[in-house]
Design a binder for this molecule. Structure first.
Ligand SMILES: [Mg+2]
Length: 299
């Protein structure tokens, strides 16, 4: 999606016609409304007029680049001034490129095409940084970042934050028996199963380590965590992946440790993690293939 920000409807029309082959084009006629629309729609590219009443294009660009929510949208500055100074001002404001009026259609198309390609590659890189290569779900790096962020949010809102740590039962024996390729496939299936067990927005499942997974559960008290623990176990049981070496089931199963707390000034993110880890330890000690919330055992 491409956003055109220009105070002149004729300019918007002319630009739209030139770039219509590149996908959906939306527009705003002032800097303020352009910033609001960027927040809402996160366009891939913004074509930004410099000469606008109120907030000019440079200022709009600076504001977009200063905000983490809009920083990743590429901006091409469009202006009727074709001096080096203006070009430098555009780049210093954070623009990716610079186009002068009167518009030269092939040149505009070439520059737009290049920036869309750069954006696509940047998005792909971004995805790879957050994604676990084997299972396709979020990786540990993303989990750590998201967990810290959710911790602060729940602290501000004085809301309960839940956490689940999950371990695949007898996974080493599974690998030894079925081979590493099948082991990898098992982890992919488990990741998919866990993902499908979650029902609310913001619930984030990540690969935490080898055969360990973690789920962030926003606004979740212990009672709710208990239900979610059961669903997670069921979702893996329902996969019915044969596991000849398991001592607790004929199929692949998981042990889940859950914890919840209302973050306050005295508690630390690591304390909730270690609560969940203790619960996971108990789930294993009590026979695996089950979810344990604090001191309660659910079969
Ligand atoms: Mg203008």
């Amino acid at each position: 999606m491409i956003l055109i920000i220009d105070d002149n409807p004729k300019s918007i029309k002319a630009l739209s016609l030139i770039i219509r082959d590149f996908g959906q084009v939306i527009f705003a006629t002032s800097g303020q409304s352009g910033i609001a629309m960027t927040m809402k729609t996160k366009p891939d590219l913004i074509l930004l007029d410099v000469e606008m009443p109120g907030m000019n294009g440079y200022e709009v660009c600076r504001q977009l680049k200063a905000d983490a929510a809009t920083r990743n949208c590429s901006v091409i500055i469009v202006t009727s001034h074709s001096s080096v100074d203006h070009e430098v001002a555009a780049l210093e404001a954070g623009a990716a490129d610079f186009i002068t009026k009167p518009l030269n259609a092939p040149l505009v198309r070439a520059r737009v095409k290049t920036q869309l390609l750069v954006k696509k590659q940047a998005d792909e890189l971004h995805r790879q940084v957050e994604q676990d290569g084997l299972t396709g779900i979020y990786n540990r790096r993303y989990f750590d970042q998201q967990y810290a962020q959710e911790w602060r949010r729940h602290q501000r809102q004085r809301s309960p934050l839940g956490l689940a740590l999950i371990d695949v039962d007898f996974f080493k024996a599974y690998n030894d028996h079925y081979g590493h390729q099948q082991g990898d496939e098992c982890l992919r299936q488990v990741a998919k199963g866990l993902h499908s067990a979650l029902r609310r927005p913001g619930e984030t499942v990540a690969r935490y380590g080898g055969e360990e997974f973690a789920v962030i559960l926003p606004y979740t008290e212990l009672g709710e965590a208990q239900k979610i623990g059961l669903w997670l176990c069921e979702s893996i049981r329902d996969l019915q992946l044969p596991h000849a070496q398991s001592e607790v089931a004929a199929h692949v199963s998981i042990s889940v440790g859950l914890a919840s707390c209302v973050p306050d000034g005295r508690s630390l993110p690591t304390s909730l993690l270690s609560d969940a880890d203790d619960a996971l330890y108990k789930a294993k000690a009590n026979g695996r293939n089950r979810a344990v919330v604090s001191d309660r055992v659910i079969d």
